[in-house]
Design a protein around this ligand. Structure first.
Ligand SMILES: O=C(O)CCC(=O)C(=O)O
Ligand SMILES: [Fe+2]
Length: 265
């Protein structure tokens, strides 16, 4: 990170990070804005956090750590071996004592957006739990209790979610929570494709083959829609489009981008 012109500072995450290094990093940040429609808004009753613009920050969190994370994200959020994703670093964020981010959905600025990835760095803190909500379900992730392993070695945490999942950061009660937030985007580059074969992927495949049989089962009944008809499905997720007319006639291209349970269809 760059603190002043020509003044470089480094957070070494391979060992417990000192309070001084964390305080310097926090001091080098600016108040964090958030996206509302097409604008960046600063409102500390909605979000109290710091941010560092990407041009002032560089991370050597690279392969293999990032590709191991992306591999799991692809496997669970996207269609594993058939999908290609890119991670685009938005910014590092700091949440000191009292820092929070109220419930929101991330503003999709591109039709290629699948979701977000939040990496939580191993800086000691309490509070700052991430709450996630989608339809009737909710999840709470507490990274403050997960920043080191049993031997005291630092551990990073990560959570990835679709862009229509509402999320919220609860107030930090001690220490400092530092996160790196990435946009997860569909990629057209074949090099973004990773070989995937895991239990989660096989489980999804399983569901995907069971469900169409069910559908075909009732569709084969001669009393069902005897004069033909169109079957409509309710999708569980929202999808960003700048222009819905552009989708007409391209529905096949869209199918690989279906999210989670929507893909089972
Ligand atoms: O820092 C976090 O845990 C979440 C950040 C976030 O929601 C955002 O940047 O939109
Ligand atoms: Fe967000």
């Amino acid at each position: 990170m760059e603190q002043k012109p020509h003044s470089l500072r480094k957070l070494d995450l391979s060992k417990p990070v000192s309070d001084k290094a964390i305080a310097e990093f926090k001091a080098a940040c600016d108040p964090a804005t958030f996206g509302r429609n097409d604008q960046d808004v600063l409102n500390e009753s909605y979000r109290e956090a710091g941010k560092m613009d990407v041009g002032r920050f560089s991370s050597n969190l690279q392969h293999p750590e990032l590709s191991a994370i992306l591999w799991q994200v692809l496997d669970i959020l996207a269609d594993g071996e058939n999908a290609a994703l890119e991670m685009e670093l938005c910014k590092p964020n700091t949440y000191g004592v009292g820092g929070f981010f109220k419930a929101h959905q991330d503003t999709p600025r591109s039709e290629d957006l699948l979701g977000s990835l939040v990496i939580v760095l191993p800086t000691p803190h309490t509070g700052g739990e991430l709450l996630l909500r989608h339809n009737e379900e909710s999840w709470k992730v507490d990274f403050g209790s997960l920043t080191s392993d049993a031997a005291g070695n630092p551990k990073i945490g990560f959570v990835a979610f679709y862009s229509d999942v509402e999320h919220e950061v609860l107030p930090v009660t001690s220490g400092c929570r530092i996160t790196l937030t990435y946009n997860l985007k569909w990629s057209s580059s074949p090099s973004a494709r990773l070989p995937v074969d895991s239990i989660h992927h096989r489980a999804l495949r399983h569901q995907a083959t069971d469900h169409p049989q069910l559908t075909l089962g009732f569709a084969r009944n001669p009393e069902y829609l005897p004069f033909g008809g169109v079957l409509g499905y309710h999708l569980n997720h929202q999808y960003p489009f700048s222009n819905t007319a552009a989708l007409q006639g391209h529905i096949q291209d869209f199918i690989p981008r279906l999210k989670g349970s929507d893909r089972v269809l």
